[in-house]
Write a protein that binds this ligand. Sequence first.
Ligand code: DAH
Length: 373
Amino acid sequence: MSAPNKSYDPVEVEALKPEEVERARDEAVAAFAAATSLDELKQAKVAHTGDRSALSLANREIGALPPHAKAAAGKLIGQARGAVNQALAKRQTELEAERDARVLVEEAVDVTLPYDRAPRGARHPLTTLAERIEDTFVAMGYSIASGPEVEAEWLNFDALNLGPDHPARSMQDTFFVAAADGSPDSGLVMRTQTSPVQIRSMLEKQPPLYAVSVGRVYRTDELDATHTPVFRQVEGIAVDEGITFGDLKGTIELLVSKLIGDELELRWRPSYFPFTEPSAEVDLQCFVCRGASVGNPDAPCRTCSSEGWIELGGCGVVNPRVLVASGVDPERYSGFAFGLGLERILMNRHNVADMRDMVEGDVRFTLPFGMEI
Ligand code: DAH
């Protein structure tokens, strides 16, 4: 900046000449107009309004002018700077509006895009059924029991009064588990039934005992429409003073009524199981033909093979030998037990004709059952 000088003639100061000021103003206005982005505008702003811009430098010269020249020079610079600031503000507004419009387009969210394209899974209907069965028994005061799928041969057979010569022990039905040293005699089998859970429950807890257990069992069957080597059973055991076959009947009737409804009839057939005496098998009226196919060759029923009934499972009054093997006094206590096939119940409940559908894990089979909890 020049020092104050009384004889200073403003016309002589190059930076304050009106044509210079106008040129600086016009250059600034043109630079703002030429800026095509906010960044470019910022650079132009620094160049044309910053400390080292022509107008700022000229402004500083005013202080060195003689008093009579200051007003005119101030007005000249002030007007030029006003015009520059207006042009800057105008361009700033325009470029901000352009940016906002562009951001709206670039960052637009298409709210019509589908949001649920990740395929959803489904609960297997056997899982849902198992929970419904457990809920039904929990509501009656039963506890939920469980046992391993690789089971001691003694619990799977001997304790249940299935002697060493019983046909169910033969290689045809049972998957025997080899010992670690390769010898076939490990004393372990893949459980062929959930009945060993009865023994485990009685060994664990003295009566009164009310327990139910749902789980997988294994048999050396080929997989076809009506057989599978892995299937599920629900096992129930009740041991208390004065338990009778009547209690068993009422319990099964209630379970079937809760799961399937009251429309189909139940049939009780005398049967034999080594662990119950007396024993029975329970059949449910065929949900397809309701017995109409029996003795009627013109209207055969594939579901029940025209027998009119579908077998649900076995049951009976616990054999005293089983109570003794489990440490329960048969003089004081009696009990009932039952074992029903879950796949059979599901077939009845939902008209599933082919068992293979239940094991293949295809979500197209499970999805229609919904996510019932
Ligand atoms: N465990 C038998 C089976 O797999 C079914 C069964 C029958 C279970 C009678 C029982 C029962 O508890 O009392 O064929």
